[in-house]
Design a protein around this ligand. Structure first.
Ligand code: GDP
Ligand code: MG
Length: 620
């Protein structure tokens, strides 16, 4: 390949695209001749509007590796739909927008100024970092760009502005109608917002004019962007600017190689030699001529312009479904992660409930203080000393005994309360710790944690105390209600109610299935006052058993409720960060609608190719 001075060269070895005119090569599967309007029905715009809504509603709040890219892709897609796809589809005949992009100092602004023969865009090294991008068009096209259907998020201004979110509009009579240039911020700007804006503008381009220099063309950032643009099927033309004469062949050949590697071999490439800028800061005509001619021919050729628009639009439409698919997958991951986090919490608190049930079953509650107080309690009732032989009439006599002589009920109650409280606080602390470590090991969970979650809630001791009091009160009410029929509890004896209530509570701790062992504990621990037969008689009593069963259910219910509240500290966090369950399905459905509408539209044909500039110096 040889590159003549100021000659645009192409790296494309395909003669079909070397027509010398900027028209789109006719070898397309795309119905260029019988060009039926792609918007003959509203299916595609409607589907795109639906997709826009689905993307706008999608959230990726859980800190998964896929969330940040999804957030970014979602924003970019929403922007592209608003900025470009929807307005462009509505007005296929609107002027062609050429977005000029590239690295800092590549000569973008100089090139735009030179092409429109006016200093419309500030040039130079001392650039204000937040200068608004400049769009330059023929005065005839100004109303369209001013209207703001394209890039609706940018406020139009007539002057350079430091306001972010503005687009400066300039008219240049030297620029033919039908084609406009947008001098975008540097794609490698040190200012994040500028870089982001550059990307957003490029996604709104009908044609991306990528400017690089002999010194910079191997930089990574532009290649990433080029690669993305290529993947989207955008029409790209390249300018290799400021190439020293002696390096032209070598640099142009190397760049051509890189372009071919990136599947960009067919993109028109213009090599501009290093030169002096004039007093106006403009490049000499002879340097810009090939590029200027190429654009002039494009501006003059409505079919060629339309083909460019259709290629970029078609490419962008075709790229939607795969991109949305990645969003849907990320949304699925969000839901799965939220479920997984909830599962870890539920498992921890289920285990806590199980431990409590186990604790009520295995007799561990009947140890220590409770046991001592229980023995004291039954030991002080004279009745128990003489009862052994007469268990048959136990119930009545027990009640009689209780009502005659107060036993230390308060101490037993306190002991029960403290034992139960220890158990509950212990299981709650353990569950919190398990849930905490479970979340900590999960990337999305770790991000939702705060240190307080590692422990039971600070109000828990108070709640536990209340729970136990309420339960004990409930047991007494049960006993009282049961006594209403006068068979079980002596009618008026408050003491008997209390004492029976305590027996019932103890029976809860020594649940029916467990009575024999529980009694062994009680008797084996040294009490001689109440023999096995007596206790068996008490706890075997159907009325006691029924009451104990009810009291036990009530206690477990209260505890479940309490532990649910503890778990809720975790679960509300996932609930707040949980994306709507239907997000993924809605994204997929909306993307499928777009895809179906696209396939039926005129945009689904094989992408046409923009022909390269004439290359008189090219060897056969
Ligand atoms: N000598 C020479 N200077 C140039 C050329 N193109 C741009 N410049 C200078 O390089 C600097 C950066 O150019 P500018 O157009 O602002 O680059 P941008 O950052 O890509 O917009 C300015 O001082 C220009 O005058 C060129 O072809 N030859
Ligand atoms: Mg510039």
């Amino acid at each position: 390949m040889s590159v003549g001075h100021a000659l645009a060269v192409t790296t494309n070895g395909d003669p079909a695209s070397l027509s010398g005119a900027p028209a789109v090569a006719a070898r397309t599967g795309f119905n260029a001749g019988k060009d039926r309007p792609a918007t003959g029905d509203d299916r595609l715009p409607d589907a795109l509007t639906g997709l826009r809504a689905a993307i706008g509603a999608a959230r990726f709040p859980l800190a998964l590796p896929s969330a940040e890219p999804a957030e970014r892709i979602g924003t970019a897609l929403a922007d592209q739909l608003d900025d470009y796809l929807l307005p462009r589809l509505a007005r296929l005949d609107a002027p062609l927008l050429v977005v000029v992009g590239g690295s800092t100092g590549a000569g973008k602004s100089t090139l735009v100024n030179s092409l429109v023969q006016a200093r419309v865009s500030a040039v130079g090294v001392l650039r204000p970092t937040t200068r608004s991008p400049v769009l330059v068009c023929n005065p005839a096209d100004s109303p369209w760009f001013r209207r703001g259907e394209l890039l609706p998020g940018l406020t139009r201004t007539n002057h350079p502005s430091a306001d972010p979110g503005t687009l400066q509009l300039v008219t240049a009579p030297a620029l033919p109608p039908g084609l406009a240039f947008l001098d975008a911020p540097d794609i490698d700007s040190v200012v994040d917002a500028n870089r982001a804006l550059a990307g957003q503008l490029l996604a709104a381009a009908d044609l991306w004019l990528f400017v690089t220099t002999a010194a910079r063309y191997a930089d990574a950032v532009p290649w990433e962007l080029l690669h993305g643009a290529r993947a989207r099927g955008a029409v790209i033309a390249l300018v290799l600017d400021r190439v020293p004469a002696e390096a032209t062949d070598e640099v142009a050949a190397h760049l051509a190689e890189m372009l071919a590697e990136q599947d960009l071999g067919s993109a028109p490439l213009f090599v501009l030699p290093e030169t002096w800028v004039d007093g106006q800061g403009l490049l000499p005509d002879r340097v810009t001529a090939p590029l200027a001619d190429w654009f002039a021919r494009l501006a003059a050729d409505a079919d060629a312009r339309s083909a460019v628009v259709r290629q970029t639009l078609g490419g962008a439409l075709a790229a939607l479904q795969p991109a949305v698919q990645s969003l849907a997958e990320a949304a699925d991951e969000q839901v799965a992660a939220a479920d997984a986090l909830d599962d870890r919490v539920r498992a921890a608190y289920r285990a806590a409930n199980r431990t409590v049930e186990q604790g009520l079953r295995d007799g561990r509650m009947l140890r220590g203080e409770v046991l001592a107080r229980w023995q004291e309690f039954i030991g002080t009732s004279e009745f128990f000393r003489s009862l052994e032989a007469r268990v048959g009439r136990l119930r009545d006599r027990m009640m009689a005994a209780f009502s005659r002589r107060p036993a230390p009920t308060a101490q037993l109650r306190d002991a029960i309360e403290s034992q139960l409280s220890t158990l509950l606080l212990g299981v709650a602390a353990e569950a919190a710790e398990h849930a905490y470590t479970g979340w900590k090991a999960h990337p999305a969970g770790a991000a939702l944690l705060d240190p307080s979650l590692a422990h039971h809630s600070p109000e828990l001791p108070e709640r536990v105390e209340r729970l136990i009091r309420d339960w004990q009160r409930g047991v007494l009410e049960l006993v009282r209600a049961e006594g209403g029929d006068r068979r079980f509890v002596a009618r008026t004896a408050a003491y008997a109610v209390n004492a029976t209530g305590l027996v019932v509570m103890i029976a809860v701790f020594a649940s029916t299935a467990f009575i024999p062992t529980g009694l062994e504990v009680a008797t084996g621990a040294g009490t001689t006052v109440a023999g096995q037969a007596v206790l068996q008689a008490i706890f075997g009593d159907q009325a006691v058993r029924t009451l104990a069963g009810k009291a036990r259910d009530d206690l477990l219910k209260r505890i479940r409720f309490l532990l649910d509240a503890e778990a809720a500290r975790y679960l509300t966090r996932t609930e707040q960060s949980r994306p709507a369950a239907r997000t993924a399905a809605e994204l997929r459905r909306a993307a499928e609608r777009v895809e179906a509408a696209r396939l039926q539209s005129g945009f689904a044909g094989a992408a046409p190719r923009l022909s390269a500039p004439a290359d008189e110096g090219r060897h056969p």
